[in-house]
Design a protein around this ligand. Structure first.
Ligand code: GLC
Length: 410
């Protein structure tokens, strides 16, 4: 499990035929599209520019350490060559299994690989119509047999976990017991059996929390920044979008700037979590320029600041306003989210720091403690145990400047 909490930063990929609709991966449900209508995306899905090596390269350069990819989303479309359905990539103009080369490409760059798999299926004829189903206006269809669908679900999971080598995380999505008509949870999915199957086939896998069986091996807050971290000792991974949509969304303008994404990563690690950042590739098989710009800018920061992220976690020290701490062993990292005027005062650290430097260029950051400089006005009135860093007036030209503090105690 340590690989997971050390990795801290991963890439989520939502890719399927909804990329052709280019207006959210829930488009079939949102617009109550019929199977006949939705078929146009299947018939025209031809990702001629798909180059998973370049995806893996972009992810590695952004500083990401693992991948989670949608094998099947709620629309039921399968990225791999399943024996259990014809609703799969090899039968589109793509004409091949799109999953296998992706897993190979990411592994070749030493990234771990995880599979997102939708419990929900808006294509399977036995999946009972429910409150989210595109055909929900027809109401329940008593002829549909949940047991048959569950057998399909389990069978596909068996394929995924036996044909593609070692899989590091399994990310099921999602359960909604008691949420209205046709609601589904552990009984419908046969979650206990499914979890047992996953563990039997891949004993070292990390299993997420959306099977309606409690916390799983890790929990998955979605598109929120948990204010105080996630309670308890279960590892957590906040999944985040670039623009609010998981699937490729052409006309969406809700893009987060790179510096916000970097601050989100810092905030997450400072609370002991991982960040799984999503890209929705388009239907030609590419990351669009708006996504690439952000990944590359994040990469410029992580290249210099990885020591404060990988293998780092929460600190017991309380950071000054507009700052976050991350800690790894004898190093405490002060992330300055806004740039102060010359000094930053650190509570409780007097006498506990051997040396301080900026992380981006390893240049010394001098500091003062109360006893050292009785004459300084700016130290007056501060608690005895304050350590004051002396910062340049000019803010270093990095998205979030970080001071590395070498602690004298461990
Ligand atoms: C959801 C959504 C979805 C997305 C996901 C990511 O619950 O249904 O479209 O794949 O969570 O966390």
């Amino acid at each position: 499990m340590t690989w997971f909490t050390d990795a801290r930063f991963g890439l989520f990929i939502h890719w399927g035929i909804y990329a052709a609709a280019a207006r959210h991966e829930w488009v079939k449900s949102y617009e109550r599209l019929s199977d006949e209508h939705y078929q146009r995306y299947f018939d025209h899905f031809d990702p001629d520019l798909y180059d998973p090596e370049s995806w893996a390269e972009e992810a590695a350069n952004a500083g990401m350490r693992y991948l989670v990819v949608t094998t099947k989303h709620h629309d039921g479309f399968c990225l791999w060559d399943s024996d259990l359905t014809s609703y799969k990539a090899p039968n589109t103009p793509a004409g091949r299994d799109l999953l296998a080369p992706m897993l190979d490409a990411f592994r070749a760059r030493d990234l771990r690989v995880g599979l997102y798999h939708s419990l929900i299926d808006w294509h399977h004829p036995e999946f009972p119509i429910d409150l989210y189903h595109p055909q929900r206006d027809q109401g329940e269809d008593p002829a549909r047999d949940m047991a048959e669908y569950a057998a399909y679900l389990h069978g596909q999971v068996r394929e995924l976990l036996t044909r593609y080598g070692r899989i590091d995380t399994m990310w099921f999505d999602f359960s909604y017991p008691g949420r209205g008509f046709g609601a589904k949870g552990r009984q419908e999915w046969r979650s206990e059996e499914l979890a047992a199957l996953v563990r039997e086939l891949q004993p070292d896998i990390m299993l997420n929390n959306r099977l309606d069986l409690g916390s799983g091996d890790f929990t998955t807050p979605e598109q929120v920044m948990p204010p105080g971290g996630v309670p308890g000792h279960v590892p957590w991974e906040a999944c985040q979008t670039l623009n609010g949509s998981w699937g490729y969304h052409r006309d969406n303008h809700d893009w987060k700037p790179a510096d916000l994404l970097i601050r989100m990563l810092v905030d997450t690690v400072s609370k002991g979590g991982n960040m799984l950042l999503n890209v929705g590739p388009n239907a030609r098989g590419e990351f669009e320029p708006r996504a690439l710009d952000r990944l590359r800018e994040i990469g410029r920061w992580t290249r210099l600041h990885g020591r404060a992220i990988y293998g780092a976690g929460a600190s017991e020290h309380r950071p000054p306003p507009d700052c976050r701490y991350t800690r790894r062993g004898d190093r405490l990292y002060l992330h300055l989210l806004s740039w102060p005027m010359r000094h930053v005062h650190l509570d409780g650290l007097a006498g506990r720091v051997r040396y301080a430097q900026f992380l981006h260029d390893a240049s010394e950051v001098p500091f003062l403690e109360i006893g050292d400089e009785p004459g300084h006005d700016y130290l007056r009135g501060l608690p005895e145990d304050t350590l004051t860093l002396q910062l340049p007036v000019t803010r270093p030209d990095v998205a979030v400047p970080v001071v590395e503090l070498f602690l004298s105690d461990r």
